[in-house]
Design a protein around this ligand. Sequence first.
Ligand SMILES: C/C=C/c1ccc(O)c(OC)c1
Ligand SMILES: [Fe+2]
Length: 513
Amino acid sequence: MAHLTPGTVFGDQYAMSAWNNDHTRFEADVYELEVIGVLPKALHGAFYRVQPDTAFPPMFGDDEVPLNGDGNVASFYIKDGHVDFKNRYIRTPKFQLERAARRALFGRYRNKFTDDPRVQNVLTRTTANTHVIYHANKLMALKEDALPFELDTETLDTLGIVDYHGTYSCPTHTAHPKADSTTGELVGYGYEAKGDGTPDIYSWTVDRHGRVTQEVLFKAPWACMIHDFWMTDNYVVFPINGLKASLEHMEKGGEHFYYDDNLDYQLLGVLPRRDAKPEDVKWFKTPRGCYAHTINGYEEENGQLVLDASVWTDCHFPFFPNSRGKKFFTDPTTLRAPVIRYRFNPNITSINEMIYPEQVLCEGVNEFGRIDDRLLGKKYSNFWALQVNPASPVHVNDHETVPAPGFNTLTHYNFETGKMQSYRHRDDTTFQEPIFVPRFDGAPPEDGYVLVLADLFREQRNHLLLFEASNIASGPIAQIKLPLKLMDGLHGSWVDGKDVDQAAKARSVEHGA
Ligand SMILES: C/C=C/c1ccc(O)c(OC)c1
Ligand SMILES: [Fe+2]
């Protein structure tokens, strides 16, 4: 186990994807980005997104988990046809302590046993690196191992940990909570709720004022990475995969998760959203694969649940070991992530029968499916996602292509027509997660735009592309040129301009500024 010393040049352990072959690590302000095309005049708001961006060389030379990077949040603020950019590291205790020491003090991904003894007693070792969402006047950076960090909507300054006014009682909090646009509630959960490696799940609802109103603690059959879930009007559904959490491995200085490749099924746990007791959860078996991101779920009038997701056919995180301790065991050439739809009635379906997807909506490798977030938990007709087209290489220059094409294709699936549109930008381009933007505050459902960060390999910089959501195939209506290269990011949100301002006002009252 090679220890990296202060001042070490980062090794290639982060060369996980061709785009992330170097670190960016900057904090920047760019005023008035150049725009190719014209931004709609009425478009007002901010696109926030976060990337894991390791601020110091990792403690261990063999650390290959990119999910451990420090959360670095970017904002694109759009108003009156103009765009300003900003990005900042989140001031987590980890980031602050490592900055003061000018070296890594925290060890492996979600393994406190590998930390430097002088940081054993910090409040949290989280990186806040997975999602940025807005709820109850708060912009929050999230990672599933800890509570959210509140950020200033304008400056991106870190304001502190969100504990929902002291009403939240769990050490963990999903990075994928769902806002219900009808009730104004935020619905979520924390897994490993009784500590590292525990199978307990804390299911919760926070009201529109940011206080916990529903909570229940129940047990899953085993402890695993529950990265995302489904919310409907009356249910929450938890996908249980084979990425198992092992306290024993952690204590030995190993990885938090391993993939149990002997497991030939996965589970769905269905729990009522309101007044649930621990024994109310119903478990259903589903086919082999590895759950990661959901897309949306809703209930039909006859009580059927519709659950959509992209589901990996095997372990999608090559840097976690399998049951025999072997890493990089999945064959990347056969790994797929089709978009599937389940439809079943949780009240009349027997928990002894295997539930199979009713439909495969998109074949191949699909990820980062997003919808008009105002329709979370409700019937919807469209999602936007990324796809790998293996037949379409990504060029770094006129002579070289990247080893694997990556997410070179933006897709739009419409359930009404059953048709998929796709868009390939340039021969050197991959995409990051698409975001739906309502055309204006209060616009009809699914009427709006899609924003997507494009990775331009030839220029080594990013452009933010704006599309008409219903017509991605004809290309972006505006291209916002970032004179910088961001890393591969995870998730983000569009926040309406009035909320950006309102959040600032609410804060100045709360903090007496
Ligand atoms: C697709 C990404 C999924 C994911 C799962 C667990 C994590 O800790 C994480 O951190 C960035 C990302
Ligand atoms: Fe995610």
